[in-house]
Design a protein around this ligand. Structure first.
Ligand code: AMP
Length: 515
């Protein structure tokens, strides 16, 4: 059996690690970096550039440079979360046949799965250079709060990159694994993970090598990009008020503003003031215009006040789900680059009433945990056991748009639950069931995963034919459905009309194109 690599496929940066002599090791990329920008661009000749090289040419090639593909993966273009980030994307996002948010490069639509596959393929090459052998298997991490469609789409990205995805692992769980294999004492840990695009919070109990996730919660629409956007808005609105020019309407100016905003945010983590200096940012009636301004940490924090406030609710939900209070938590681990912001750390102290653990590297612990998980799967780390949970309620839509929950949030996975459905009309040969995932009691407010049609039913009066449907959530948090007719035990056929995703053929075709 070949080696299994662990990949943290981040919104902003990605990282790859392998297990060596039972220890996770982060691998340097060809440019010497321990993390690689999650950026993919196409040059004028149509060649693909990934990582640091892509980031370097972003300002001169904004329309063909894709960042933040993780914000789009497994989502519809009409999704409010996608709509919210679109004005800040210098590249074009278009609807796919099924309404998914795809990226258009020189008029050619490309799925976020394909874009992510380029990043995964790069991480794979980085690992292959290091270990000196071909790699075909990986553990890939996703935000704990990713739903079924986003997980499946990430798995497809792995397949396009020529990787058999042995597991989809939740990022906070990965960070806890990396920490826990080095700190073996029994304890209760909260993993607070604020990255470029998403916020996750998980509570775990570590006992005798068993890592049990007790609860997980989060917000897939809250991350560092939002903090950057708050600063972009502050700077652009001021500029607009002074000069009646909206810098956000110009792709190149917006790109420069985005870079400057992120840079200023990062600098304000270690300094109280920083200078934003953008010469020749626009052309006005009187010639070139410049944006020059000193920004203080206080201004940043005020601009991000609402975003910081949004960190509280998911933490409280997770504590309630784990049936514990802040006082029961022994350690708080910080993951994700955004946890370096002092105001974020202050919020953590306020919520958990203790200082976070400092020894984990927020940029690398997720990939290291993925490598640890590869050791569990491969049998190298036999003394470690992982029990994870599903983050969302999973259920079906019933009369009056009600959400009938079949697998509640925070149920240990893998799991299997059953529900019986009956025909509602005479001589009905099929039953259609709409599956939703999410916290609302109103089904339509939750994510619609798809419609399952159970066919080949025995004809009879209404209510006489009943079908038992089994929902199985695998260890990756991905749903499988099967059905049998009650009484006869005959299998009903299940056709899944997926709400999103690529077909098997499309994945194979894209995979060939990538190689
Ligand atoms: P990740 O997805 O974990 O790579 O997190 C990336 C996010 O962390 C981006 O939004 C970065 O701008 C942000 N970030 C990285 N370093 C810092 C820092 N020192 N202070 C504030 N934010 C940071």
């Amino acid at each position: 059996m070949g080696r299994i690599i662990g990949i943290d496929l981040g919104t902003t940066n990605s990282c790859v690690a392998v297990l060596e002599a039972g220890e996770p090791v982060v691998i340097h990329n060809q440019e010497g970096g321990r993390t690689t920008p999650s950026m993919v661009s196409w040059n004028a000749d149509g060649d693909v550039i990934v990582g640091a090289a892509s980031k370097r040419q972003m300002v001169t090639n904004p329309a063909r440079t894709v960042f933040g593909a993780k914000r789009l993966i497994g989502r519809k273009l009409t999704d409010p979360d996608v709509q919210r980030v679109l004005p800040f994307m210098p590249y074009k996002v278009v609807p796919a046949r099924n309404g998914d948010a795809w990226v258009s490069i020189d008029g050619q639509p490309r799925s976020p799965q394909e874009i992510s596959a380029h990043i995964l393929a790069k991480m794979r090459r980085v690992a292959e250079d290091y270990v000196g052998e071909t790699i075909s298997e990986a553990v890939i991490t996703v935000p704990a709060y990713f739903d079924d469609v986003q997980r499946q789409a990430t798995k497809d990205a792995g397949a396009i990159a020529g990787l058999q995805v042995r597991a989809i692992l939740n990022e906070p769980t990965a960070a806890a694994l990396a920490y826990g294999v080095q700190h073996r004492a029994d304890q209760r840990v909260a993993v607070f993970d604020l990255g470029g695009g998403t916020f996750d919070i998980s509570i775990l109990a570590i006992e005798n090598g068993v890592f049990e996730v007790l609860a997980t919660s989060g917000d897939t629409t809250l991350g560092g990009d939002d903090f950057d956007r708050a600063l972009i808005d502050l700077l652009a609105t001021e500029f607009q008020q002074a000069h009646a020019i909206d810098l956000r309407a110009d792709a190149v100016a917006l790109q420069r503003l985005k870079e400057a905003a992120e840079q200023a945010k990062i600098e304000l983590s270690s300094s109280m003031n920083t200078d934003v200096n953008l010469p020749f940012i626009a052309i006005g009636p009187a010639g070139p215009m410049h944006l020059t301004r000193t920004l203080s940490r206080g201004e940043l924090e005020r601009a991000c006040k609402d975003l910081l406030a949004r960190l509280d609710a998911p933490c409280q939900t997770a504590l309630e789900g784990a049936r514990c209070t802040a006082a029961d938590i022994d350690q708080v681990l910080l993951v994700g680059g955004m946890t370096r912001m002092p105001a974020v750390q202050d919020r953590v102290i306020q919520i958990f009433k203790k200082h976070p653990h400092k020894a984990v590297n927020p940029d690398e612990s997720v990939a290291m945990g993925a490598a640890v998980h590869s050791g569990i799967i491969g049998g190298e780390l036999q003394e470690v056991v992982l029990l994870d949970v599903t983050p969302h309620d999973l259920g079906v839509k019933t009369a009056g748009d009600r959400m009938s929950v079949i697998i509640p949030a925070n149920t240990s996975i893998p799991t299997r639950e059953r529900k019986v459905f009956a025909t509602t009309e005479d001589n009905q040969t099929f039953v259609a069931i709409e599956v939703h995932q999410g916290p609302s009691s109103q089904a339509s407010k939750n994510r619609r995963l798809g419609r399952f049609v159970l066919g080949d039913l025995k004809v009879g009066p209404r209510g006489a034919t009943r079908v038992e449907v089994a929902f199985s959530l695998d260890a990756d948090g991905i749903l499988h459905v099967d059905a049998t007719e009650v009484g006869t035990g005959r299998a009903a056929s299940v056709t899944i009309e997926a709400a999103s995703g690529l077909s098997g053929d499309e994945v194979a075709r894209l995979g060939e194109r990538l190689r």
